[in-house]
Write a protein that binds this ligand. Structure first.
Ligand code: COA
Ligand code: AMP
Length: 632
């Protein structure tokens, strides 16, 4: 494969040749003759003349080639005290059976299926079953409230919804089914059927004529499994909603062909794992890390993937990750820095690390938020393996910047996810769109076309795709992150430049939180900003201005607003901090200076904008944010 530099340069100089060659990693039904359709910029399509089936690549082909007995999926669930290993042949059997169920329920190629499940094997089975019959899955993270689920249902318009009776958090059992029932009351669209996995921990009540028991359906499905359906490489495999800057989530579309190639290329080259290796991405199937690196990449490559239903701490202790690594002989672990910070908080000396035989572990990969140098050093010192940062987004589906362990391991610089990954033409631009010199901060952008596996558009909304990502700097994708490249070509990602915040590795829109808070009868206006938090990276903080004459007890108001966010967005928002302020800083035209507040909260020196309406209001906010910032 050659060194990093050679590979990278070739991928940029000759993307067609490079990716056509990599396409050999995938089994096609009709092989691609061309790599890129660039006839309609800024819309690009990869492998426009090819057909395949993603599920065949993830399962059948390994069985066909004699690896049916190899472990495909290891389910490890400390919260239920259960474990199960599925071989490739067993997983294929389950997936084909559930694909048969979906087929019987009327799901056809191109139809959508919403999956709202905890971290149980049924989540993986349902995703792959959709892929098998050419249906488009949309997995919704379990920490979202009914309202958020309803918005996604109305956008995706699924034929079937798949859920479970409950999820299990360390301190409580989360009832999923009532959330689904409520979401379907709120949504305008009604799926034809709801398939429910009844878990032994809690039985959900069923709606006659609509709800179907997973286990009962599977008995029929096993007698009538579905065969693979041929799809175009450019057909959608899934839609995954992510937070944008407004309250309305963006449906990131992933295609079949480009995605399969990107998955097959990235696991060995970026993460140094391949067929036969045991790989563990400790994320959730509701996030992009879960889609790419719990499900698709490891299975497409023929590796063994671990599905962990538990937390880094509390299930039962801060040694849980090390126990899983040792028990399943995990070669590489991928998680978010916040998980390491949670472990470090409970076991600062790393005593629990020493209780397990971690000789199998070669690398710890971290992504999802900025890897702070403290966390980097702690993990490196305690584990004695390379700790490798990688930067990417739901939109791209796989790393944009990384230290490519399987291609050429490079020196690690703490605070940097290292260098641009082959396929990504990374550039840092100033506000005029001019590339900035090394060491200067600007907007991190990617020159078009983006490589295979990245978003071709937003679900049902080409205009929003262009407006959100492609219209600021012509010919470039705007990542929404700011940062710089140093003299050695290492990228430093400094944080979002928009109203997206990152709470415990979960991406949230401050706009959607503001929309909920603004509904309170006593609130005249509000702003939500992300403030630094030592555990979760960032936490949302609400600043509210009361309506004239409104008399409310601040504690009661706080309680009500926290409750509203929890019930409308979900527990995942971790929203607890609300402050009543005299006013919000605004421009003379009435625009709230969110960016200025964000920069103050980040500890930056911010000049008073010349267009400000009342500088005193900004001074008051500055005092408030600085006071609390220095206290935390
Ligand atoms: N279903 C239902 N509720 C969920 C949920 C799920 N799948 N996941 C989280 N929640 C709930 C939690 O129970 C918690 O509720 P609470 O307010 O009643 O306690 C709330 O959402 C916030 O959860 P979380 O952000 O996970 O915080 P936490 O305090 O429970 O745990 C960490 C903190 C750091 C241990 C945890 O955030 C973690 O493991 N993070 C890893 C992040 C990650 O995997 N990111 C994916 C990108 S790689
Ligand atoms: P998501 O789409 O949920 O994966 O979130 C993507 C966002 O998380 C990025 O735009 C960044 O702001 C942030 N992020 C992810 N990985 C990193 C990283 N390694 N370093 C810094 N920020 C990161």
């Amino acid at each position: 494969m050659g060194t990093y530099r050679e590979t990278y340069d070739r991928s940029i100089a000759d993307p067609e040749g490079f990716w056509l060659e990599q396409a050999a990693r995938v089994d096609w039904i009709r092989k691609p003759q061309r790599a890129l359709d660039d006839a309609n910029p800024p819309f690009y399509r990869w492998f426009p003349d090819a057909t395949l089936n993603t599920c065949f690549n993830a399962l059948d082909r390994h069985v066909v080639r004699g690896a049916g007995d190899r472990a495909a999926l290891v389910y490890d669930s400390p919260v239920t005290g259960s474990r199960r290993t599925y071989t490739y042949a067993e997983l294929l059997g389950e997936v084909a059976a559930f694909a048969g169920v979906l087929h019987t329920l009327g799901v056809a190629k191109g139809d959508r299926v919403v999956i709202y499940l905890p971290m149980i094997p049924e989540a993986v089975i349902a995703m792959l079953a959709c892929a098998r019959i050419g249906a488009v899955h949309s997995v919704v993270f379990g920490g979202f409230a009914p309202q958020e689920l309803a918005v996604r249902i109305d956008d995706a318009r699924p034929t079937v919804l798949v859920t479970a009776s409950c999820g299990i958090e360390p301190t409580r059992t989360v009832e999923y089914k009532p959330f689904v029932d409520r979401a379907l009351e709120l949504a305008e669209h009604a799926p034809a059927a709801v398939v429910v996995k009844q878990r032994p921990q809690l039985a959900a009540s069923m709606v006659d004529g609509r709800d179907i028991d997973w286990d009962v359906a599977m008995r029929a499905g096993r007698t009538d499994p579905a065969a693979v359906v041929e799809v175009a490489a450019t057909d959608p495999l899934y839609v995954l909603y992510t937070s944008g800057t407004t309250g309305r989530p963006k449906g990131i579309v992933r295609d079949n062909g480009g995605h399969a190639v990107a998955m097959a290329w990235s696991l060995p080259h970026v993460y140094g794992c391949d067929a036969g290796d045991v790989w563990w991405a400790a994320s959730d199937v509701g996030w992009v890390v879960g889609h790419s690196y719990i499900v698709y990449a490891p299975l497409i490559c023929g590796a063994t993937t671990v599905l962990y239903e538990g937390k880094p701490v509390g299930t039962p202790d801060a040694g849980a990750f090390w126990r899983v690594v040792a028990d399943h002989r995990v070669k590489a672990l991928f998680t978010a820095p916040t998980a390491v910070r949670a472990i470090k908080k409970e076991d600062p000396e790393g005593l629990l690390v020493r209780e397990h035989d971690l000789s199998c572990l070669e690398t710890l990969f971290l992504a999802g938020e900025r890897l702070d140098p403290d966390t980097y050093h702690w993990a490196t010192d305690r584990l004695g393996v390379p700790v490798v940062d990688n930067w990417w987004q739901t939109e791209t589906g796989w790393p944009i910047a990384a230290n490519l362990r399987g291609l050429e391991a490079m020196p690690i610089k703490p605070g940097s996810p290292s260098v641009a990954v082959p396929g990504y033409d990374v550039t840092v631009l100033d506000t005029d769109g001019t590339p900035v010199p090394p060491g200067t901060e600007g907007a991190i952008c990617l020159r078009l076309p983006l490589p295979p596996g990245t978003l071709p558009t937003l679900w049902g909304d080409d205009d929003r795709y262009v407006a959100s990502y492609l219209s600021t700097h012509e010919g470039h994708y705007l990542s929404g992150d700011g940062g710089y490249v140093d003299e050695d070509g290492y990228l430093f990602v400094m944080g979002r430049t928009d109203d997206v915040i990152n709470v415990a590795g979960h991406r949230l829109s401050t706009g959607s939180l503001e929309a909920v808070i603004a509904q309170h009868p006593a609130v005249a206006e509000c702003a939500v900003i992300g403030v630094a938090d030592t555990l979760k990276g960032q936490l949302p903080r609400g600043l509210v201005v009361l309506k004239a004459g409104a008399e409310v007890d601040p504690d009661r108001l706080r309680e009500e607003l926290v409750g509203m966010v929890r019930s409308q967005i979900g527990a995942v928002a971790s929203f607890r901090d609300v402050e009543v302020v005299g006013g919000l800083p605004k421009t003379r035209s009435g625009k709230i200076l969110r960016r200025t507040m964000r920069e103050i909260a980040d500890g930056k020196d911010v000049a008073v904008p010349s267009t400000i309406e009342d500088p005193q209001v900004l001074d008051d906010i500055r005092i408030l944010l600085r006071r609390d910032g220095s206290a935390s």
